[in-house]
Design a protein around this ligand. Structure first.
Ligand SMILES: Nc1ncnc2c1ncn2[C@@H]1O[C@H](COP(=O)(O)OP(=O)(O)O)[C@@H](O)[C@H]1O
Ligand SMILES: [Mg+2]
Length: 268
């Protein structure tokens, strides 16, 4: 067997918040490609993505992303990856186009290149008209789409998409699927979290299922179905996650800061 350098190489990764151990010796390895992390609400998907993408530190374990340590090689890794969540990393005072130009500059693209690629992305997400207006006038859905477009402009080596299509209308969701597929075909690796089984099945080369603090299954959709004798990926998911569904503090994606303040409030 020939091995290229793994995209993600994680071994015995643990992370707790207070006494709550969210990730317990998580171990997996993925080659370059388009992969999906499935897991019930509160399973720790966002926590894992935040660790992989340098945003938070693991308590223990070994993590390599594109061969780099997210903490020790943070700067270098940040120049190779792009990450988006359900919150918009967007400047509200600027217009969509201005945000786009800023992002392009950040990634060293020329203005012309940014306008060309940015224009196409804005069109794709139905933001062409809105692009002239300040983001403060956008709806939540529009901000989210702009956030995604901004994330895609840099065409980095690896993109983390944390529940990228949650809350999007069907049309935008399908447009995003197309973008993701096109990016992957062009050689960008993608690690996405999703609660939509059909999304994982439609897009991902390999699927990881996170449950009870660990990876309980890993493989292609076909492999997972075969292994569990299940007809659909939904049956696989239900079979793997039926025990003690992690209903503890099941929060949809919020920023770490928001979570911290929530916890601080409830712990008092
Ligand atoms: N900064 C934080 N402080 C305290 N608890 C947190 C923090 N971030 C996440 N958690 C908790 O860790 C668990 C996993 O959260 P998360 O990674 O957001 O799961 P998912 O993305 O799979 O829904 C949840 O119980 C959540 O409340
Ligand atoms: Mg999440």
């Amino acid at each position: 067997m020939s091995y290229t350098e793994p995209l993600l190489d994680v071994s015995r990764l643990s992370k707790s918040f207070g006494t709550h151990r969210v990730l317990d010796q998580v171990t997996f390895r993925l080659p370059p490609g388009l992969h999906a992390l499935l897991g019930p609400n509160g399973a720790g998907k966002t926590t894992l993505v935040n660790i992989l993408s340098t945003l938070i530190r693991a308590d223990a374990g070994r993590v390599r992303v594109l061969g780099l340590d997210p903490q020790a090689d943070q700067r270098r890794l940040r120049s190779l990856i792009s990450v988006t969540g359900q919150y918009a990393a967007v400047d509200q005072r600027l217009t969509g186009t201005e945000n786009m130009l800023m992002m392009g500059q950040l990634f060293g693209l020329s203005r012309a290149e940014t306008r060309r690629r940015g224009g196409r992305l804005l069109e794709r997400f139905d933001l062409t008209t809105a692009a002239a207006r300040p983001v403060s006038t956008y709806s939540g859905g529009m901000r989210r789409k702009l956030d995604l477009a901004l994330c895609l402009i840099a065409a980095p080596q690896l993109i983390f998409l944390d529940e990228p299509t949650t809350g999007l209308d069907t049309r935008s969701r399908l447009a995003l699927w197309d973008e993701i597929t096109a990016l992957a075909r062009a050689g960008t690796s993608i690690f996405l979290t999703t609660q939509y089984l059909e999304e994982a099945e439609a897009l991902a080369d390999r699927i990881l299922v996170l449950h009870d603090g660990g990876i309980v299954a890993e493989g292609t959709a076909v492999e997972l179905k075969e292994r569990l004798g299940a007809a659909t990926l939904e049956d696989v998911f239900l079979a793997l996650t039926e025990t003690s569904a992690t209903e503890t503090g099941a929060t949809p994606n919020t920023t770490p800061a928001e979570k911290t303040s929530e916890k601080a409030g409830s712990a008092a």
